[in-house]
Design a protein around this ligand. Sequence first.
Ligand SMILES: CC(=O)N[C@H]1[C@@H](OP(=O)(O)OP(=O)(O)OC[C@H]2O[C@@H](n3ccc(=O)[nH]c3=O)[C@H](O)[C@@H]2O)O[C@H](CO)[C@@H](O)[C@@H]1O
Ligand SMILES: C=C(OP(=O)(O)O)C(=O)O
Length: 423
Amino acid sequence: MVRYRVRGGNALRGTAFIQGAKNAVLPMIGAALLASEGRTVLRNVPIIEDVRRAVELAEAVGAKVELHEAERTLVIDASRLTSAVLPAEIARRFRGSVLFVPALLHRLGEAIIEGIGGCNLGSRNLDFHYLGYKRLGAVVDEGESVIHVKASGLAGAPLYLDTPSHTGTENLIMAAALAKGTTIIENAALEPEVLDVIDMLTKMGARIGGGGTGFITVEGVDELTAVEHQVMPDRLDAGVFAMAAAITGGEVNLVGASLEHLGVVRWKLEQMGVEFATDGAVLHVRRDRPLRPINVITDTYPGFATDLQSPIMTVACLADGNSYIHERIFDGRFALAGELNKMGARIAVEDSRAVVHGSTPLTGTDVTAHDLRSGIALVLAGLAASGETVVSPGYLIDRGHHDLAARMKALGGDVVREISSSS
Ligand SMILES: CC(=O)N[C@H]1[C@@H](OP(=O)(O)OP(=O)(O)OC[C@H]2O[C@@H](n3ccc(=O)[nH]c3=O)[C@H](O)[C@@H]2O)O[C@H](CO)[C@@H](O)[C@@H]1O
Ligand SMILES: C=C(OP(=O)(O)O)C(=O)O
């Protein structure tokens, strides 16, 4: 059992190194399995639990994988895949397991999905993925606990998504990349991670047009080759470190962050009184005035990222006035409010809307991470609280943030990662 022990009161100052993007590297590991010859090299890989699970899953289907932690590099040899089964004990532990299906379909003619995991955020359907596979010619047998997808060769087709699903878009692009003929995907996701995956697939030989327009065209090719690719910076990790500076009234330099990818998150933090400045490739963030309240409406990119809704809810607790948050992507993402209220916050939730009545001083206590982002949001709360905050289970934070305690400590934050044998 891992937990994070946080003692608040220090304004964070110094330099933070932003990791590679979890939500880009996971589809890239899936993409690497599409190459039937040679070794793929991924650089700037975040050393997080989801990557470890993805490595285990790739090995379970027969790939040879080396994770060079110090070099943050993955080397993947998928020349021999031996099993079409995504075993429950690994696949149920992270969402990215769904991204292995296209490679198994192309390489082995079937994928047997014993489970898909991911953060518990309410309903997380996969119907767009399965409908898309069916339109490309696959047979999808949705059993009670196992889903069996079979295809003896996929063929391009016009596809659409009811809403621009992030992994749905990546999966259908990968399925279409080796299908015969042309596929059109309407209402495709625009997230920077999706564009990074398209870049990698294009290097591999895929013919993909329209990335970033919502209307993607894929001309199927006969084979894809192994390539080297540098994973883009994690905009969610960058957002968290910016908010850590904001909530503690600190001043940090972010190395490896992209201001452009923060998008609306940057403008919302500016409204709250946070300042951003770029100095060449370094992003400088500071807050030296009282926090102002805000309105946040989450949306698919370029809207406000749902994964940063939890951390900004924590920052809003310290803002002078009422903040309004409308969560439009997931129907179960407000479990954090109850935990923050235990620390002294006053947050009222009704359906998909929350009102954060600020400013309330926060007091440390034992709190529960219900998912990755509520976990990191509670670490931020701990940084601003009096006394000690203990956040568990820490595994959920480790799913998405590399070496968090050391990176916070380097900024003067008193964050300790503990492993205990008891729960
Ligand atoms: C590994 C990864 O990249 N995870 C990210 C990805 O998750 P993920 O790709 O699972 O998120 P989606 O964009 O697919 O889901 C968004 C919404 O669409 C619904 N939906 C989705 C697919 C489908 O077939 N049917 C359906 O109804 C979901 O229930 C959810 O309400 O995007 C989310 C939204 O930006 C982020 O929070 C996650 O961090
Ligand atoms: C929801 C998230 O991840 P996943 O889709 O992997 O559960 C997240 O990163 O906050």
